[in-house]
Design a binder for this molecule. Structure first.
Ligand code: ATP
Length: 341
């Protein structure tokens, strides 16, 4: 029986709790500064204490993980803190398809996969001179919305971009990706695709609460103008959502198209958890502005199961536990190579 490891951040608690519930030994790669926090949780069996997460590539860490026959569950922090090449060089087996994480980090590759999935996506702009409506400027990778900003014309874009350069957050235009702003009700659709059963499971949906864009509505328009704030989209937390049942058919159809497209473009495909992120417009049509090709932090809402996972499982099934269940099933069928890379 193998053990399950992850980095101490993002959704580590949920992942390791789920792994423990499925009978695995749990290992946390933990930065010294967070050790006290994570020691509070007794379902974590072993700590590998590091100064920085990059040490997960080092010999010491690899050896401990190997001795424990560990599988790493990747999450947003891994993607935010390491380059695609670094992630791909990790020797420990990674749950899911580590090659698809590069497609998540690079905005142009990301767009290609969304187009191949026949998802409705906002237009991307190749130059600020093309701005002629509301656009959002986003950084590459999983920056969690930090330093993102809105602009309606080139001049406003330049002003805000220069401020970010001044603050040392970006180096220049090439660090930004421009996309039309999609108006509507945001929804982050959480899925799990099982390579073993060939089935797609819709696991839950959440909304994000982002600072300070979501706090702005509490200030009257005049004050908003007076304070000259450049709002950002830094995720602070998530809240639950359930969709009108009539929307579910399209939710599954979008997820299935994504799984099929990933199989074609990034073999072995979209194994395990992923998320389609976007907004529903006034006609209840979904525009996808982003995907995550791994577990998202919004699944932390549903440690005891979600309104959707409860329809599939007669026991509390978090996304973390679902991952561990897949590893367990693969172990028993001698098919581990199908679900790790
Ligand atoms: P993560 O990897 O954590 O999902 P990210 O850094 O890749 O985040 P996005 O999810 O692309 O960033 O964007 C962050 C936030 O910005 C979104 O949650 C959403 O509120 C807003 N946003 C991004 N793109 C658009 C868009 N085209 N239209 C409207 N809002 C958008």
């Amino acid at each position: 029986m193998s053990s399950i490891a992850t980095l101490g951040s993002h959704c580590a608690l949920q992942v390791l709790k789920g792994a423990k519930d499925e009978g695995f030994k749990t290992i946390l790669v933990c930065e010294k500064k967070r050790e006290k926090l994570y020691r509070r949780f007794h379902f974590i069996d072993e700590f590998i204490v590091v100064d920085s997460f990059a040490e997960v590539m080092d010999q010491r860490c690899s050896n401990i993980l190997k001795e424990n026959n560990a599988i790493i569950v990747p999450h947003g922090t891994l993607i935010a803190q390491m380059s695609s090449a670094e992630i791909e060089s990790i020797k420990t087996p990674i749950f899911g398809n580590k090659w698809i994480l590069r497609w998540e980090s690079d905005r142009n590759m990301k767009e290609k996969l969304m187009v191949e999935s026949k998802l409705k996506i906002p237009r991307s702009l190749s130059s600020p001179s093309e701005i002629n409506g509301l656009v959002i400027a986003k950084r590459h990778g999983a920056a969690g919305g930090k330093g993102y900003f809105l602009a309606t014309n080139e001049e406003e874009y330049m002003k805000k971009r220069d401020k970010l350069i001044e603050d040392g957050i970006i180096k220049g235009d090439s660090d930004l990706y421009l996309q039309e702003y999609a108006l509507g009700v945001s929804a982050y659709l959480q899925y799990f695709y099982s390579e073993l059963s060939g089935e797609l499971e819709f696991f839950g949906v959440d909304r994000r609460y982002e600072s300070d864009i979501d706090g702005l509505g509490r200030i009257p328009a005049q004050e908003q103008i007076d304070i000259e704030l450049i709002p950002s989209f830094n995720v602070i937390g998530n809240s639950p959502l359930v969709l009108r049942e009539s929307l579910l058919e399209e939710v599954y159809a979008m997820g299935e198209r994504f799984v099929e497209a990933a199989k074609r473009l990034v073999p072995p495909g979209m194994t395990g958890p992923f998320c389609l992120e976007g907004v529903y417009d006034e006609n209840a049509k979904f525009t996808t502005f982003e995907f995550s090709a791994r577990i998202v932090a919004g699944t932390n809402l549903y440690v005891s199961g979600s309104p959707y996972s409860s329809l599939i499982y007669d026991e509390p099934m978090s996304m973390g536990r679902r991952i561990a269940r897949e590893v367990k099933n693969a172990n028993s069928k001698n098919s581990l190579s199908k679900i790790v890379t």
